[in-house]
Design a protein around this ligand. Structure first.
Ligand SMILES: [Zn+2]
Length: 148
């Protein structure tokens, strides 16, 4: 490749800086080795600068402060939600444990009585309802906790 300088390089550089090269200049740059190299290198540099300027978005002090405050508040909110969730789960676990401690023996006695003395057909739907609600209670509790 010729290292010879083209007399139109300055013109092309100016055009690249403005972001617009005329058709005639573009045609010359395409056919001229020196200018096409310049366009490649300078164009990439200028593009990088344009990207940097565009992505920086002029961070004023107020905008920075506002962004920091929004992020801090969002962090606090997610922290609070997590501890609230844990609190609900702990409450639910304690409630289930207490229910098991208080009603466990009664339920066991009732179950063994039912086992030894099968209930009349009349009582079966009631037992199904009780068993279903016992099964669903923890699930409903969990759904409530998750929904918060
Ligand atoms: Zn040239």
């Amino acid at each position: 490749m010729k290292s010879e300088r083209c007399e139109r390089e300055d013109e092309l550089l100016d055009a690249l800086r403005r972001g617009f090269a005329g058709t005639e200049l573009e045609e010359h740059a395409a056919s001229c080795a020196s200018c096409s190299e310049l366009r490649l290198v300078a164009g990439a540099l200028l593009d990088d600068r344009a990207d940097a300027v565009a992505s920086a978005e002029v961070p004023t002090a107020g905008a920075m402060l506002w962004r920091m405050r929004v992020r801090a508040r969002r962090d606090a909110e997610s922290r609070a939600r997590r501890s609230l969730l844990l609190g609900h789960a702990a409450t639910l676990a304690v409630a289930i444990a207490l229910a098991a401690i208080f009603f466990g023996p009664t339920l066991a006695t009732a179950a063994s009585q039912l086992f030894h003395h099968p209930p009349a057909a009349l009582h079966t739907p009631l037992l199904v309802v009780i068993a279903t609600s016992l099964l669903l209670a923890p699930l409903a509790g969990w759904a409530v906790v998750r929904g918060k």
